[in-house]
Design a protein. Sequence first.
Length: 353
Amino acid sequence: MERVRINASRAYDVVIGRGVLDTVGDELSHLVKSRTVAIVADDVTYPLFGARTKASLESAGFYTCEYIIPHGEESKSAENYIRILEFLAERGLSRTDCLVALGGGVVGDLSGFVAASFLRGIPFVQIPTTLLAAVDSSVGGKCAINLQAGKNLAGAFYQPSVVLCDTEIIGSLPDDIFSEGMAEVIKYGAIRSEKVFGLIEDGARENLGELISECVRIKRDVVCEDEFDTGLRQLLNFGHTPAHAIERLSDFKISHGAAVAAGMCIMSRAAEKLGLCEAGISDEIEKLCKKFSLPTTAQFSAKDMFAVAMRDKKRALGKITLVIPRTRGESVLYTVSEEETEKFFALGLSEGE
Ligand SMILES: NC(=O)c1ccc[n+]([C@@H]2O[C@H](COP(=O)([O-])OP(=O)(O)OC[C@H]3O[C@@H](n4cnc5c(N)ncnc54)[C@H](O)[C@@H]3O)[C@@H](O)[C@H]2O)c1
Ligand SMILES: [Zn+2]
């Protein structure tokens, strides 16, 4: 079992290891004064892990209740946000009681925002059950719900008391959900860690604990080093500028992870053709993506992708900051003009020389 300490406005541990789900009661009894713990889960995660979560909490002396949402992105809604707040109020939870998010990023984002606002904030615990939630959404303190006008438009920064990543749960995810998270894992490797490349090559599921802790540390370090948002954290957007365009052009039929994989490959190929990175990097990134059946390009034109990407981009005087790989395990920020961005996409989309 490993503990990664996150020194955010409130310091907390991310605990990573086999069977940590069964320690939730014990962990919480050291951290909070709660008597009642409300579990929020979806209709997939509750049947799988609800009973174990309740048993651990109850054996540590907590009363439990649960609120179950349908699975899927549509559940990250204002309606569910209000319903859960009303549920907590009806159950009489107090300021010291606690909310446990048992699920993927949807459950985590929605519950985090509920915890941040119920009675102006109650203790909150994340038990991420997807790889994406373990390496991305449960680190960094961002939580949000979607509004009619768009994704993540209402939310807060709210740190949990503890995050429990059970590698046995995440290691047994179906391939498609696992791959979705692997796209972000490959991203962490490409921006900051040659070690991640090696661990994936040796077997991601076998090295899951080490992979998750390495990714959590990278996200923590990049976010901490850039507390004042000078730009370093833009590294975490590697592949995401083309990815957002791909997601939109496909009407969100292409998932975020698949789009990020394609986006990383597009940026790497372009960087390599322009001589901006070591030869062979784009092949390595592509190989890792293919290992998880993730796409390595997209069927859209550079012109369309550029038009969509520019729509929602923060621009400083027509300049765009792209993230490009430099060597194995290191990426850099690279500022270009708008026209050059389109050229990047065009070069990256064509897979040949
Ligand atoms: N807060 C942040 O910083 C941040 C960062 C990245 C993504 N996000 C958000 O995260 C969400 C995506 O997260 P996600 O990919 O985890 O999606 P998700 O929560 O919808 O989970 C994906 C699917 O996997 C199922 N599932 C969960 N755990 C399972 C398990 N152990 N076994 C089998 N099935 C399981 C879920 O029921 C769901 O159907 C998006 O809403 C995104 O906006 C937030
Ligand atoms: Zn992402």
